[in-house]
Design a binder for this molecule. Structure first.
Ligand code: NAD
Length: 285
């Protein structure tokens, strides 16, 4: 596959994907709707490369060459010559559909059109294009330069060739892939973490154990790096509740139904680290 990548959406994930791809030798065009987002992305990428250089994991020349391979733009037409496009805009179906409608019009006939959605069925995104066989999920994890997994997700019409090319891309940028053969809500990873998190919340809410003890059980008993409630605070309680709702709507399976306590936390604004309080207090409290 050629080595021209377009990334649409220069937020946390888009900038991380641009960073690892440029380091792997891709010429990257990073697109966002505003210059401010692009500026933040450029600064975040440069800072992250600098940290790798400081740790001796990247040569200063490789950093400079990688940075030089990234071009930023507000013009979506810049995706025209890309061999692969990774979309990483807001997790909203309307926004993603708008982006894919444009990509379908703009991109080369043999381009791979990938989405970094964490939960939206690929088929729903692919359906707005005239080439659903070229659309695939490449679900990277945050922070992209550190996390080694890429969850490859097949839509209903994704071709074997598209999946294979998405896999090559993910492997070239240093990731190990798992394949999700049917784009069920939440794929594999979000389903697992939501089931664990909802059960963890249920155990605490029903007085069976404290939040600290549930997290300690997962860390010391299962070797998890973080407990599910600590993870939820980091991800955002609202994000987790939203994911749980989506999976519950798709499956009607009670184990994904957000607990009453989780819903109350969201209403009260206890969203985790970002609001200063979630399952635990933050910010010097
Ligand atoms: N944050 C995570 O931990 C994480 C992990 C895995 C997957 N994801 C998924 O990755 C995607 C991006 O998430 P994020 O956390 O990077 O979001 P973010 O909010 O940090 O960034 C989204 C960016 O998209 C831009 N944008 C919006 N509409 C656009 C358009 N039409 N064209 C170009 N840019 C546009 C926004 O300006 C913003 O800069 C979402 O689908 C999310 O579910 C996120």
């Amino acid at each position: 596959m050629g080595k021209r990548l377009a990334v649409v959406g220069a937020g946390l994930m888009g900038s991380g994907i641009a960073q690892v791809a440029a380091q792997a030798g891709y010429d990257v065009t990073l697109r966002d709707v505003g210059e401010d987002a692009l500026e933040r992305a450029r600064a975040a990428i440069a800072k992250s490369y600098d940290r790798f250089v400081e740790k001796g994991r990247l040569e200063a020349t490789a950093r400079d060459e990688s940075l030089a391979r990234i071009t930023t733009t507000t013009d979506i037409e810049a995706a025209a010559d890309a061999d692969i496009v990774v979309e990483a805009v807001f997790e909203k179906i309307e926004v993603k559909r708008e982006v894919f409608t444009a990509l379908d019009r703009i991109c080369k006939a043999d381009a791979v059109l990938a989405t970094n959605t964490s939960a939206i069925p690929i088929t729903q995104i692919a359906a707005v294009t005239a080439r659903p066989e070229s659309v695939v999920g490449t679900h990277f994890f945050s922070p992209v330069p550190m996390m080694r997994l890429c969850e490859l997700v097949r839509g209903h019409k994704t071709s074997d060739d598209t999946l294979a090319r998405a896999r090559s891309f993910a492997e070239e940028v240093g990731k190990t892939c798992i394949v999700v053969n049917r784009d069920v809500a939440g794929f594999v990873t979000t389903r697992l973490i939501v089931a664990l998190s909802v059960e963890a919340a249920r155990l605490v809410e029903s007085g069976v154990a404290t939040a600290e003890d549930v997290d300690t059980a997962c860390r010391l008993g299962f070797g998890h790096a973080m407990g599910p409630l600590q993870t939820m605070d980091m991800t955002g309680v609202d994000i987790m509740v939203n994911a749980a709702r989506n999976i519950y709507t798709d499956t009607q399976d009670e184990k994904f139904h957000p607990t009453e306590g989780l819903l109350r936390m969201v209403t009260a604004g206890d969203l985790g680290r970002k609001s200063g309080r979630g399952w635990y207090p933050y910010g010097g409290e």
